[in-house]
Design a protein around this ligand. Structure first.
Ligand code: FE2
Length: 480
């Protein structure tokens, strides 16, 4: 192989310097590249010639730019007004000192305090330290420290701010309030109105930062939402996925489905694009592709046919990424072929992007595990209800230190600062959709059939069902 390459050039009376040789040899398709390069040089009339690395680079660049117009002219050119509004990839860092831990919570508290104290019900918020002495009805904003029940089944909590802590009691006679309080989780930040009895605050109102009802924006295009394709797994539904790709390219489905495909501008993938390696014990027995690099190569091969849509990829807990959230965008070293695609954007988990003005919050959904475990009535089957709850709490992973590893950053990137038009998640492998206060809540299911793990826990995934926001209205297209 090595000498082949040198011989080829020598035959054409071209010498290679070391760097040029390495460049050619490292190329995916070095033989083909060598031949076209020799052809080019010979046709230019050059002989006895020393080829340098810069000349190889120049040739590669020219080659790429000459391919581009041909590729695009076959397709309808799309103009994208795409922006990444929030991405933690570069901003997220921690040195692991305990100082960051407290500044992380202080930052979370501060961001949510600002939202809460803007609400008309909370115009007289006082520091908890003052509330401990007050005789009147008090308003406080606190982070939940502890949640318990009294013997008589009243809800008993402790909340804190920078100035102190106070105990909170929600009486079970107060049915509506008690029901609301059942959805409170540790580490969330909330407003409380109550009156002090001894050293306890008797809550009369609990206030979430919440989201306002938003006006729906006009959409003259369609966006497709995917997650949890788990490419590389033996349970990845490749045939169904290929049907999906065909549909995207207008080659599959009935007339109305093809018409929808024709409108598609954006494809968002909310994590777990590949199955990964070493995610759980014994995973390799369930893998068709056991190499992480090859899993991403396969993903690029499958997505490579989509050339006229913008593809936005965020990582999930199966991807080759730091697990602690916020997860930075997929590193280039693992996904070289995907990075070579000109129409792919890589974003962090979570992130906020704008697709022609439609603000889309992308979050894989790891925290759903914690919420489903902690709050009565929340389950993986109805992630739309969890998403609604997260929006009301304005935080994507309010519970710290359970199953969702969170990085103790200087800033809390999981606070939902902007109200999105679309909130897109995955992780649970079960589709759901709901419109809540004008916001589209979408969970995009999976392209992986039931796994051994899911069999044990009786989790039935909804496979190969793809949500499409078609000019503002939700369509679920099935490819199984
Ligand atoms: Fe997944």
């Amino acid at each position: 192989m090595t000498s082949d390459l040198i011989l080829k050039f020598a035959d054409a009376e071209i010498l290679l310097d070391d760097a040029a040789y390495r460049k050619l040899n490292d190329h995916n398709n070095s033989n083909e590249l060598a031949e076209s390069l020799i052809n080019d040089l010979v046709n230019n009339g050059d002989s006895i010639f020393l080829l340098t690395e810069e000349m190889v680079d120049e040739f590669l660049e020219e080659k790429e730019s000459s391919i581009e117009p041909i590729r695009q002219s076959k397709l309808l050119p799309q103009e994208f007004d795409f922006q990444i509004i929030q991405d933690a990839s570069k901003k997220s860092y921690t040195n692991g000192e305990i100082k960051d831990f407290s500044s992380y919570f202080a930052n979370r508290y501060h961001k949510l305090w600002q939202m809460l104290t803007r609400k008309h019900e909370l115009q007289n918020v006082q520091p908890i330290k003052n509330a401990q002495r007050s005789e009147d009805v008090v308003e406080v904003v606190g982070m939940v420290n502890d949640i318990r029940y009294t013997k008589k089944n009243h809800k008993f909590m402790e909340i804190e701010d920078e100035t102190g802590t106070i105990s909170l009691l929600v009486h079970n006679d107060n049915h509506q309030l008690y029901e609301d309080a059942e959805r409170i989780v540790k580490d969330q930040v909330m407003g409380v109105i109550g009156s002090r009895k001894g050293n306890i605050l008797m809550a009369s109102q609990i206030i979430n930062p919440g989201v306002p009802r938003i006006d729906e924006k006009k959409m003259d295009f369609s966006a497709v939402f995917l997650s949890d394709t788990h490419i590389g797994s033996s349970t990845f539904l490749e045939k169904a996925f290929q049907r999906f790709i065909k549909w995207m390219n207008g080659d599959y489905g009935d007339e109305s489905q093809r018409e929808i495909a024709n409108n598609v501008k954006y494809l968002v993938i909310a994590g777990d694009i590949v199955d990964g390696i070493g995610v759980y014990p014994g995973q390799d027995k369930e893998l068709n592709i056991k190499d992480i690099y090859q899993q991403y190569e396969e993903a690029a091969r499958l997505l490579g046919d989509l050339t006229d849509v913008k593809i936005i990829i965020a990582p999930g807990n199966h991807d080759a990424c730091r697990l602690a959230e916020p997860q930075p965008a997929l590193p280039e070293e693992y996904a070289k072929d995907l990075y070579q695609m000109k129409n792919v954007e890589f974003v962090s988990n979570p992130s906020l992007v704008s697709m022609d003005g439609i603000k889309t919050l992308i979050y894989h959904g790891r925290s759903f595990d914690d919420l489903a475990m902690t709050v009565k009535g929340l389950s993986h089957q109805n992630s739309d209800i969890i998403m609604k709850e997260l929006l009301e709490k304005r935080h994507l992973a309010p519970i710290y230190g359970e199953r969702t590893p969170l990085a103790s950053e200087i800033e809390d990137h999981l606070v939902i600062e902007d109200v999105p038009d679309v909130f897109h998640t995955g992780h649970v492998h079960i589709n759901s959709y709901k419109k809540y206060k004008g916001i589209h809540l979408i969970n995009s299911g999976t392209f992986q059939s039931q796994t051994e793990f899911q069999k044990i826990y009786n989790i039935v995934p909804t496979c190969a069902q793809v949500p499409v926001l078609n000019q503002g209205s939700m369509k679920l297209l099935k490819f199984n």
